[in-house]
Design a protein around this ligand. Structure first.
Ligand code: SF4
Length: 638
């Protein structure tokens, strides 16, 4: 447990919510007003950037004004590159955040060969720069976050560990060891990355290494950096943060969206709240062995059945069982379009792979590339079964005699509550079956992960679809919960497809059902992309903005998105400043980075291609760069 001002974190305290201001720290009143809006939204800790000593000093004015106006939220100073600013801030605010990748190091993007001696000399240099801050924190009762970012590891760490989760962990451990030597323990740790797989692996590895080295089990601050905006930002944050919360890790969260900071808080609250009400979920019995490596991505080995499993990307199945599909136009909501001229079907990058129609099979011919799943009882009576595949409950599958079982690809439902040896034997024997995994357990992700674990331990290579139905919840919760429940499995290589549905009992008009289906289809593709298992759209790695930001991030992101969101699989970094931007977008194919007022630098990977393009031409120039690389395609009109 760590005290951050009057609000403790860790131990049995609730998961704390926090965010960061986007105003210029020297603009006291604008920063105060923004802090007040954040606090009113439920933000428990407020982080403010302090790029230099003058901003660090101004934290005093901000703090005084806030306290005068009744806002007691603990303040956190965000420090990069400037130990002297940290030392000033630590005397004023309740917590300082330092980035071990740049606290005492300048990023040179060089791979320097270090001998053991030169490596140790670097560590000694860091000690010398870092110890004064630790002493000040001890004296003033200030807490500290040691916040590693995947995109800003030091050259020293990169040279020895590479751009890896273990490199991120070691980067923090170097600082933590110094703190413990000085008997300073008011530490919170983060391991943020924009890549959700890297982020999850790094946090898990950190917990393991702290334990292994006998260091304290410090509270964890969870976050996915540069998650983006709108639904995509929420899905990506939930895949990363939600997966760790499901694992029981995480004491405070920050959802980094390219939106106003107060809008991040309700999202963080929804993620955290789910665990406050879940104490009495049904018991999930322990496994004798856990066959999944939590520190590295490895897709579970399966046989290919139809186009599912094996090396196929995970499939999207859309639940149409609650609507009557009588017109081809209704398939538009799942990415399949009929063009009367020239009389052919086409699909966009988010065209569903399968539809599940329950007991109401579609009567017209479906487009190539779209297959239909029908309840077994109805399917078995169909005169024409081409392109249609049966869906069996486990009870039906086990009841049928061997010669009665379908000889075509069949989908067999497996509830975590009903997993028996008889059922696993049936799956093992029938290499043309696909399992559809479900659970009634409120703690769904681990309940389904347990089925996967049993399958792996017992050598069952049946491809598996993860099916989740959600009741009457709002759209934002739907996005966050589904991304957590399914994304948390995909991130560990579990799942060959996704089937999301709404279990609301009431009948709603067909038009509303189709709108809901459209959302579920886009959500399914969004989760696959956020878990980095299937790319179907452009990925934007946009920073949340802060006091260093040199242009309007929301407006610019919207403008870039409008022109490029049809470029499937391309990753574009949109970063507010040159100080941290290039490091933070380590994962991007192209970068759009603020270098000065009205001036933009354009990057290809980590290389600057254009240094100071006027902002009004920068989007055109970015597109030109993509075009030069042969990656530009014209948007499809439909
Ligand atoms: S990239 Fe720069 S502008 Fe964006 S949040 Fe990070 S420090 Fe602030």
């Amino acid at each position: 447990m760590v005290n951050v001002g009057h609000i403790p974190m860790g131990g049995s305290h609730p998961i704390r919510l926090q965010s960061m201001t986007t105003t210029d720290t020297m603009d006291t009143m604008a920063t105060v007003e923004q802090c007040l809006r954040m606090a009113a939204a439920g933000c428990e800790y407020i982080r403010i950037t302090a790029p230099s000593v003058k901003e660090a000093e101004n934290l005093q004015n901000i703090k005084e004004e806030l306290r005068k106006r009744g806002c007691m939220a603990p303040l956190v100073a965000d420090i990069h590159f400037t130990p002297n600013a940290a030392e000033v801030a630590a005397r004023i605010v309740e917590k300082v955040r330092v980035n071990p990748g740049n606290y005492a190091d300048k990023k040179r993007f060089e791979t320097i060969e270090y001998t053991d001696e030169s490596y140790q000399a670097e560590l000694d240099r860091i000690r010398e720069k870092f110890i004064p801050l630790v002493r000040i924190c001890k004296e003033y009762g200030t807490a500290m976050r040691i916040g590693t970012n995947h995109g800003s590891l030091s050259d020293r760490i990169l040279s020895r560990y590479g751009d890896t989760p273990i490199g991120m962990v070691e980067s923090a451990l170097e600082f933590i060891r110094i703190c413990e030597e000085l008997d300073y323990f008011d530490i919170v740790i983060s391991m943020k990355a924009s890549n959700t797989q890297v982020m999850v692996q790094a946090y898990r590895l950190l917990v393991e290494k702290l334990d292994e080295e006998g260091l304290q089990p410090y509270p964890l601050h969870l976050g996915v950096t540069e998650a983006g905006e709108a639904e995509d930002g929420r899905i990506k944050s939930a895949v990363g943060i939600g997966t760790l919360l499901e694992d029981g890790l995480g004491d405070t969260i920050r959802v980094s969206l390219t939106e106003e900071p107060e809008l991040e808080i309700p999202v963080a609250a929804k993620l955290a709240e789910r665990y406050t009400h879940r104490a009495n979920h049904s018991f999930i019995s322990e496994l004798k062995e856990y066959p999944i490596n939590p520190y590295a991505y490895k897709r579970r080995e399966t046989q290919e059945v139809l186009t599912v499993g094996g090396s196929n990307v995970p499939r999207v199945i859309v639940d149409l069982s609650r609507v009557k599909v009588s017109d081809y136009k209704e398939l538009k909501s799942i990415g399949h379009f009929y063009l009367p001229e020239p009389d052919k079907w086409t699909m966009n990058d988010q065209g569903a792979d399968f539809v599940y129609t329950g007991s109401s099979p579609i009567e017209f011919m479906l487009p190539m590339g779209l297959k239909e799943i029908v309840d077994y009882e109805v399917w078995s009576m169909l005169p024409d079964q081409s392109n249609k595949f049966p869906y069996l409950t486990a009870g039906t599958a086990l009841k049928l005699r061997k010669e009665e079982l379908p000889v075509v690809t069949a989908f067999v439902e497996v509830w975590s509550e009903d997993l028996t040896e008889e059922l696993t034997a049936l799956l093992r024997m029938h290499a043309h079956f696909i399992a559809v995994l479900r659970t009634a357990n409120e703690h769904a992700m681990p309940a389904i992960r347990r089925i996967f674990s049993i399958f792996i331990s017992e050598g069952i290579t049946t491809p598996c679809i993860v099916r989740r139905d959600y009741g009457a919840i709002d759209n934002e919760s739907l996005h966050l919960y589904a991304a957590t429940d399914v994304g948390g499995l995909l991130i560990d290589g579990l799942g060959d497809g996704i089937l999301l549905g709404r279990s609301a009992a009431q009948i709603i008009p067909q038009k509303e059902e189709l709108d809901a289906i459209k959302i579920l289809n886009a959500l399914s593709f969004g989760i696959l992309q956020a878990a980095r298992t299937r790319m179907s759209k452009t990925e934007y790695i946009s920073c949340p903005s802060c006091g260093r930001t040199l242009f309007d991030l929301q407006e610019t992101t919207a403008m870039i998105r409008k022109r490029t969101d049809h470029l499937k699989g391309i990753k574009i970094g949109i970063m507010g400043c040159i100080v941290n931007g290039p490091g933070e977008m380590a994962d991007a194919d192209y970068g759009y980075v603020g270098v000065g007022k009205g001036k933009i630098a354009l990057y290809r990977g980590q290389d600057v291609i254009k240094k100071a393009v006027p902002a009004e031409q920068a989007v055109d120039e970015l597109i030109e760069l993509i075009r030069e690389d042969g990656k530009w395609i014209n948007p499809m009109e439909m």
